[in-house]
Design a protein around this ligand. Structure first.
Ligand code: BGC
Length: 375
């Protein structure tokens, strides 16, 4: 199947003849055996991941590849160094190689329209992995964790720990958001901002830097491009140097994920904050090993853990259903509008992890090794 699929895919890409639409239909039938079951060993699944530089994507990619291989599929796993053009080239290569299904964790969710049109012309199904792909009709399914809930959990954690509901405060807070080109980042910020905004309005939370978006739509003003730890660190250093000069100290920092939290913790270290004395409450997401160490050391209060193995399991199941022409397992058909359509989604539940949960939740489940975090 692959070799002639490849020919069709290349021809489609090169000629972009509408007449080839008919070929796509034939090819779809070719994806299955005569009895409707797929010939797995002849089926290629392309997996496009954003970068190797973050622990989570390495784990996600490796786990998903292993699951799909266990199903008997051929796989092509690529990481794009957080460069949009590189990801587009990798996806185009997967199409040329005759991929049957593409699983894509996008870098810029708005940049894949043209290459996904080529995929659609070649009859290839597309599943958006963790991050939604926007502004194109050519994304068939989406599997992720409930992104807004991640932010809600961070906001509620801050609310609980500071006793805001009991009227405690005022506290000095600094807000950070994720990469402006990542569709998830807005959801994370929305979840947290909905919880925290009333306290910012009432003055129980005060932001000395003034870096508080006037409304949710302006969240990109505090976004950290590429989720970079270094950028987050220098942003935090700037805020501390400029707005905390008169003996003021920061009490709490909303960090949307662990890569930002790592940089922020470095800035706090550099500014002389000490655990057990004035170290502020710092949030995160992902349960990256370096951050779990920081949690154990008291430098990060929590992380929102997304067991990416369960996301891989779900995606492998959905891919298998797509290949077999079966109904695809989704549990949300209203939350994720990509600007062109609502993409049928499967949402998994994230979980808050604090110091006391590291052994029982992260280590005992095999997500991280005790020895990696000094336990
Ligand atoms: C993911 C997060 C991750 C971030 C940076 C987001 O799209 O959902 O888990 O921390 O990207 O890679």
């Amino acid at each position: 199947m692959r070799s002639w699929r490849k020919l069709v895919a290349v021809a489609t890409a090169a000629l972009t003849l509408t007449a080839l639409g008919a070929c796509s239909d034939t090819r779809d039938e070719g994806g299955s055996g005569g009895d409707g079951t797929a010939d797995a060993s002849d089926t290629l699944i392309g997996i496009a991941m954003p970068t190797r530089s973050l622990e989570r994507w390495n784990n996600d990619g490796a786990h998903l590849e292993e699951l799909l291989k266990n199903e008997g599929f051929q796989t092509s796993l690529q990481f794009a160094d957080n460069k949009v053009d590189q990801q587009i080239t990798q996806i185009q290569n997967m199409i040329n190689e005759g991929a049957d299904v593409l699983v894509i964790a996008s870098i810029d969710g708005t940049a894949l329209g043209p290459v996904l049109q080529t995929a659609a012309d070649a009859g290839i199904k597309v599943l958006a992995y963790d991050r939604l792909i926007n502004d194109t009709p050519n994304v068939d399914y989406y599997a992720t964790f409930d992104n807004e809930l991640v932010g809600t959990m961070q906001g509620q954690f801050i609310e609980d720990q500071l006793g805001l509901k009991d009227g405690k405060g005022p506290f000095n807070i600094e807000l950070f958001a994720g990469s402006p080109d990542d569709n998830n980042a807005r959801f994370f910020f929305k979840g947290a901002f909905d919880v925290l905004k009333p306290y910012l309005d009432s003055g129980k939370l005060v932001s000395p830097s003034g870096k508080v978006p006037a409304s949710l739509d302006q969240w990109t003003q505090i976004g950290i491009q590429g989720w970079s730890s270094q950028t987050a660190q220098s942003e935090m250093e700037n805020r501390l140097n400029s707005f905390y000069t008169d003996g003021k100290s920061v009490d709490v920092i909303l960090s949307p994920n662990d890569s930002l939290a790592l940089g922020i913790a470095q800035a706090l270290d550099g500014a002389g904050y000490t655990v057990g004395d004035d170290w502020p409450l710092l949030t995160g997401q992902d349960a990256d090993v370096a951050n779990v160490r920081n949690i154990l050391a008291g430098k990060q209060a929590m992380t929102v853990w997304k067991d990416t193995r369960t996301l891989g399991d779900q995606v492998a199941k959905m891919v298998t259903q797509i290949v077999n022409g079966e109904d695809v397992d989704v549990n949300d058909t209203k939350s994720y509008d990509n600007g062109v359509k609502v993409v049928p989604s499967f949402l998994l539940k994230p979980q808050v992890v604090v110091k006391d949960d590291v052994q029982s939740v992260l280590v005992d489940s095999g997500f991280i090794k005790a020895s990696d975090v000094g336990l």
